[in-house]
Design a protein around this ligand. Structure first.
Ligand code: SF4
Length: 222
């Protein structure tokens, strides 16, 4: 039996409305949202890419901004000429080792929150030039990549699909906690080290803060 002298327990907080309840309210002209949703909605529909391309994949990126594909439908038609005004780095094309330090420098100059798409086989892994002594085997060795779009080249529709995936990722981010963007997490978002030209290769050959190669287990015998 409960103690009659004990103070009444505080009422439990109301549970947030379900999506079905929100949809029903919206049909009646009532829009329920949170500051976080509003913030992410605005961010996800105004992702401004950097006006930057490296090789043939850039032609597909340019095509995506033309009338036929119309990237403006997603709020991303404002290709900024300055990294300081851009939210998205689309690495579209072959990243030569001569160019890699400049790509990292551009990334560092972009303000947070920022995102990176590796567009095409070259940006992902070196593509058809993977064995070339002068080609980087993936830009994710030096900067964090949020999305990979395979293809040689990926078509503009693939870039638009990737952009929609990125919008979903942004909408799922929270203002605090483990799902927060990089710069809101403990330790912030440090600048990526710009590699130097060494005697035979870039130094360091990768950024250990970023590059997490998959563990390959060969064999399989017990
Ligand atoms: S992935 Fe293919 S189309 Fe894209 S830059 Fe490399 S070679 Fe060109």
């Amino acid at each position: 039996m409960s103690d009659p002298a004990a103070p009444p327990s505080p009422p439990s907080p109301p549970s947030p409305p379900t999506q079905a309840e929100r949809d029903e309210l919206r049909r009646h002209g009532i829009l329920l949202t949170s500051l976080e949703e509003l913030y992410n909605w605005g961010r996800s529909h105004s992702v401004w890419p950097l006006q930057f391309g490296l090789a043939c994949c850039a032609i597909e990126m340019i095509a995506a901004s033309m009338a036929r594909f119309d990237i403006a439908r997603f709020g991303s038609e404002v290709f900024r000429p300055s990294p300081r005004q851009a939210d998205l780095l689309i690495v579209s094309g072959t990243v030569t080792k001569k160019m890699a330090p400049q790509v990292v420098r551009l990334w560092n100059q972009m303000p947070e929150p920022k995102y990176c798409i590796a567009m095409g086989a070259c940006a992902i892994s070196g593509g058809p030039f993977k064995q070339g002594y002068n080609v980087l085997k993936g830009i994710d060795r030096y900067i964090p990549v949020d999305l990979y779009i395979p293809g040689c080249p990926p078509r503009p529709e693939a870039l638009l699909h990737g952009l929609m995936q990125l919008q979903e990722k942004i909408r799922a981010q929270t203002i605090s906690g483990p799902e927060a963007p990089r710069h809101l997490q403990a330790g912030g978002a440090p600048e990526c080290a710009v590699p130097d030209f060494g005697a035979h290769d870039l130094q360091p050959p990768q950024n250990p803060e970023v590059w997490r190669p998959p563990t390959i287990i060969r064999g399989g015998g017990a």
